[in-house]
Design a protein around this ligand. Sequence first.
Ligand SMILES: [Fe+2]
Length: 417
Amino acid sequence: MIRSRPRQILAALLLTFAFSAAAKAETYRWVQYVDDGAEVRAITTKAQCPVVEIDGVAAPMSIRAPADKEEGAFPVLVCFAKLPPTAKTIAVDHAPLKAPPHEINRIVVIGDTGCRMKGEAMQACNDPVEWPFRTVADEAAYKKPDLVIHVGDYNYRETRCPEGNAGCAGSPIGDTYAVWQADFFSPAETLLVQAPWILVRGNHEDCARAGKGWMRLLDPYPAVAGEPCADIRPPYLAKFAGQTMAVLDVASAAESKVSDSQKEIYKAQFATLSSTLSGPSWLLLHRPIWGVALIDKGVALGSNLTLAAATGGALPQALELMIAGHIHTFQVANYAGSVPPQIVSGHSGDNLDRGVPDDLSGLTVNNMTITKGLNMPAAFGFMMLERQGKTWLATDYDVHGNTLKQCRVEGRAINCQ
Ligand SMILES: [Fe+2]
């Protein structure tokens, strides 16, 4: 028995390699939370959607979006299959995926992951140190999360790489499948199959930028043929035992001045959340309502004026934590008044933000005072939230999985070491 084990292991490795090689050549596959539960999605270059097997029953996946033959920007089929809440085992073309868990205990949070190519800002997408998202995603997968949250901003390659720049040479640009693949699907492929995902929409996915790709590939609502890009989707909930995630689409929420029309929309969304949420809940959104992105002439900037106005300075009582991105650091803030604390985890790939002080305690941003807070500058990485009894341990990891900071989320407060 003992002597036959290496052969079994070799056979298993070969089988895994065969499956993953086949999957890599043709198909990305993942499980994501959507407006009414969870579904399996897949992207394929083949003419037909793959077969999904749910609890041993095989069926072809349905088409979410056909290959875009006219413009050719999206020459792939996007496929989906709704998951029954009872689903235990899932496989796409025999390659297994993790089913949505009843309870979550280990959550990876990544954000702002793509490679910046816009005007003068040309990140070295070909250099894994300068743009480390694949390493971050692999390391995050190695931590074996049971849920992955991406807090938004996937598609970053907007303008052409200048001639002679080896750092970004050969890179595609625009809201095209080639960019979605280079910026997100390819580097994230190990993490994509590790656990189900909650995918938050970032401002890079608003309708003026990569909204078309977002609607086709990752939007949590059913795709309707010919439907124009939606500026603001309604919030939806992902529910687990003793924990609810409320996901808000703030991709186009006007930041530096209040948009009255958007304010009314978000006010109504917060009111809906107030009446629907019960039990411990977190708010997931891309743009922080009261973050610190910059100190300009002694004034802390980083608040979203439209969202702040929509809250009226208070958030639904059930919300114990806000998780955001948009600012490219790891940042923690407790606030005066009746709003939950916030963690920003937007340091997983794009150029880091370096204009934020380390100590945020005592700063006031858009009339909201940070009673206690910190900012970790200049380190790429990701966050892991681990359930420990009635509290959550939030760890900020660097790209190699080394601990940079640990904080404890307890009720409506975060305390860092
Ligand atoms: Fe952003």
